[in-house]
Design a protein around this ligand. Structure first.
Ligand SMILES: [Zn+2]
Ligand SMILES: [Zn+2]
Length: 302
């Protein structure tokens, strides 16, 4: 089957013929991939020489890239009872180290050893291929109506975790929703994650300002305004709280919020996907072009 592969440091990706994934364990699921988003991480994987031994999957001299994906369940192992053939699913990305307390309880986003693997990024093949196999527990069911935009779930689960952390940090305050009394929010940047963060804050009714260097007539600025936030064209980054990656609950929250965003801000979620490519366009699909928010590669039609 066809896949988009790279070698760390190769500086580019290309289409290759790789072996079909098979059901090896009773809890495995084979997924036919529909759409895969491309992002800056893919460019890092290709560009930066990640010479450590975890860079490539065992016994492979290439890495299938892609980690922002949606697909349709094709085959299920004999013990799988949470998914059925035809379900639309989003695969999660990070897999635990198998050693630490955090990973043992499904919180690989907090891994203490750093020996995590991430599909399409480090140590495991990604999703830019015609089919993939993964354990059912790593596949998040999404409503069929989200199939086109579901590569954004991976981007959205990161701000979902940040919102969860903000709520946790304020949980001692004697005020309730939204987020234990958050009265205003500032989001820096105007990429897909920032725009989804703005929409997630606005869904909760929080007055939100977004600071970025994009011109105030850019699509990103217009989408920020459409979500009812205020866009401030500037370039100053203010870091208040660091948050990286997400846990299973954050992925579920992302699916829920993506549905809500489509209702609350009609057309805005779809407008985040500014460019679509096919697998054969791999030479241009990873280039950053002006006005691009999110590019996706269509693998099969949804
Ligand atoms: Zn990404
Ligand atoms: Zn760990």
């Amino acid at each position: 089957m066809r896949a988009v592969v790279t070698r760390p440091g190769a500086g580019q990706a290309w289409v290759a013929d790789i072996p079909e994934p098979t059901l090896e364990n009773a809890d495995d699921v084979v997924v036919e991939m529909l759409r895969v988003g491309v992002c800056g991480t893919d460019r890092h994987v290709m560009a930066r020489a990640r010479a450590d031994v975890r860079g490539l999957p065992p016994d492979a001299d290439y890495l299938v890239i892609g980690h922002e994906a949606v697909g349709r369940v094709m085959r299920i192992g004999s013990s799988v009872n949470t998914l059925k053939v035809g379900d639309i699913v989003v695969p999660t990305v990070r897999r635990g180290c198998g050693e630490c307390e955090a990973c043992a309880v499904g919180q690989a986003d907090l891994c203490f050893t750093g020996k995590i693997r991430e599909r399409g990024i480090v140590g495991l093949h990604g999703f830019l291929s015609e089919r993939i196999v993964d354990k059912a527990e790593n596949l998040i069911r999404v409503p069929d109506e989200l199939a086109q935009v579901a590569p954004l779930v991976e981007s959205l689960c990161t701000p979902e975790k940040a919102l969860r952390r903000i709520a946790n940090a304020r949980a001692h305050l004697p005020v309730g929703e939204p987020l234990h009394g958050v009265q205003r929010a500032l989001v820096t940047g105007a990429g897909p994650i920032a725009l989804l963060a703005v929409m997630a804050l606005r869904l909760r009714g929080i007055p939100t300002w977004a600071l970025a260097r994009s011109p105030d007539d850019s699509l990103a600025a217009r989408l920020i305004e459409r979500a009812g936030a205020t866009y401030v064209p500037l370039g100053r980054n203010l870091t208040v709280l660091g948050s990286v990656n997400a846990n299973h609950d954050d992925w579920l929250a992302a699916v829920r919020d993506l549905s809500e965003m489509r209702r609350a801000f009609p057309g805005a979620v779809e407008a985040l996907i500014t460019h679509t490519f096919e697998m054969g366009d791999v030479d241009v699909a990873f280039e950053r072009v002006p006005g691009q928010i999110k590019a996706v590669i269509d693998i099969a039609s949804a």
